[in-house]
Write a protein that binds this ligand. Structure first.
Ligand code: S3P
Length: 239
């Protein structure tokens, strides 16, 4: 009798256990379903799009990696040394210096005032010292004053320590680009076009010595920058 009672009790416990399992099934299935859904979604979600090639950035990066010295822009007033230089430096991710600006900052007076008070010879001396310091610095873009490369000592140090680029343009183009003749004492005579034509003839033999020659006639600042980047890419040895 007691054995029968015992077996009934076991049956009851077992039945209760099965009932509980059935009740708990949705609770166990819910997190499992969520996991499967997440895994399916992860598999189905599109892979991140491959990076679009950016030829301009790649070109700039390749040039910067190969630069082992400063790049110095030479040429007449209005040739774009400052405007093109600043923009190209930004593209290459290197610094930009303008020797005229550094001289003005150091002297505390304008270039016109330096010419007037101390004379051109003194100005050329300041220019040589300024460029001498810049030439030995790390790779950066340097815009020179138009007459700097026509001074033998200055040209020699730039040719030796830097990569020099002559930005060429016709006198008429130069004049159209020179916005402010007041800051350029050499153009303080009545006929700036005649002066630029004369300076072009006198200075071309000096500028010819530059490592790279770039004709910027008819080019916007952006196009001149692009031409400059391609010229650098062609000139610099591949590593
Ligand atoms: C000069 C050009 C000027 C400036 C100075 C003398 C020149 O610089 O250095 O007026 O001798 O051609 P930009 O070429 O930047 O105008």
């Amino acid at each position: 009798m007691s054995a029968i009672r015992q077996s009934n009790k076991t049956r009851h416990i077992f039945a209760a256990f099965l009932r509980n399992c059935q009740a708990a099934r949705p609770l166990l299935l819910f997190p499992l379903t969520i996991c499967i859904a997440i895994l399916t979604l992860m598999k189905a979600s599109p892979k991140p799009a491959p990076r679009k090639p950016n030829p301009a950035a790649e070109l700039a990066g390749s040039i910067t990696a190969r630069l082992d010295r400063p790049v110095v822009l030479v040429g007449l007033m209005g040739s774009g040394k400052s405007a093109v230089g600043r923009r190209t430096a930004k593209k290459l991710g290197i610094g930009f210096k303008d020797s005229d600006q550094l001289i003005v900052k150091a002297a505390g007076i304008s270039i016109a005032e330096i010419f007037e008070l101390a004379g051109e010879v003194k100005f050329r001396e300041m220019e040589r010292k300024t460029l001498g310091n810049l030439a030995l610095a790390s790779p950066q873009m340097i815009a020179t004053g138009g007459g700097a490369f026509c001074q033998d000592a200055t040209a020699e140090l730039l040719l030796h320590h830097t990569l020099t680029i002559w930005l060429k343009a016709s006198p008429a183009t130069l004049l159209s680009r020179v916005r402010n003749t007041k800051t350029r004492p050499l153009l303080h005579n009545g006929d700036p076009l005649a002066t630029l034509t004369r300076l072009d003839e006198q200075r071309a033999p000096f500028y010819q010595k530059a490592h790279i020659h770039l004709d910027t006639d008819g080019l916007s600042t952006y196009k001149a920058m692009t031409a400059l980047l391609h010229a650098l890419d062609t000139h610099l040895p591949r590593q």
